[in-house]
Design a protein. Structure first.
Length: 169
């Protein structure tokens, strides 16, 4: 596989969608910077990408923290020009409405919406500097309709969807 002189940052490189995205970009020759709250959980992904001939740098990352996002994206860009930022932080929790505390609601919003804002804004700063690149935000059907027990998640993913639309304009 030919390696590109380019990086992709996957924020929320979890076991399913995030890992699949990271593997696809790695297979296309990008160096993948994979971020997840617990870096140890990225070992299998790094191993799989590297055994297929790709390159992956794993980092522990709290996407809710501006300094963490900024440092993560700047590190990726310092390695090679950043060409894409993928935001895939999960926040899928089911709580009956009357059991949804203010703390739960805030944490879910913080993970899905605030962290997405930080990733998009900081990613855009770097991509605009290069004059190219893409921002991607993974979604959920909850962003279009709320389901039973998903008041916090639906509002957070809906907020992320609307924020991404505003960023695109």
């Amino acid at each position: 596989m030919a390696q590109r002189n380019a990086t992709v940052a996957v924020i929320g490189a979890g076991d399913f969608i995030g890992a699949a995205i990271a593997k696809k970009f790695a297979a296309e020759g990008y160096t993948v910077f994979a971020g997840r709250r617990t870096a140890d959980k990225l070992a299998a992904l790094v191993s799989e990408i590297e055994s297929a001939g790709g390159a992956c740098v794993a980092r522990g990352l709290d996407a809710r923290k501006e300094d963490d996002i900024t440092a993560f994206l700047n590190e990726a860009d310092a390695h090679a020009p950043l060409e894409a930022v993928i935001f895939n932080v999960g926040a899928n929790v089911n709580f009956p409405l009357l059991e949804t505390t203010e703390r739960v609601f805030f944490k879910v919003w913080e993970m899905a919406t605030k962290a997405g804002f930080l990733a998009g804004r900081e990613g855009a700063r770097i991509l605009l500097k290069h004059g190219r690149g893409s921002l991607f935000f993974t979604g959920a059907t909850a962003s279009m309709r709320g389901g039973k027990g998903y008041a916090a998640f639906a509002s957070a993913k809906g907020g992320l969807r609307l924020m991404a639309q505003a960023m695109a304009r």
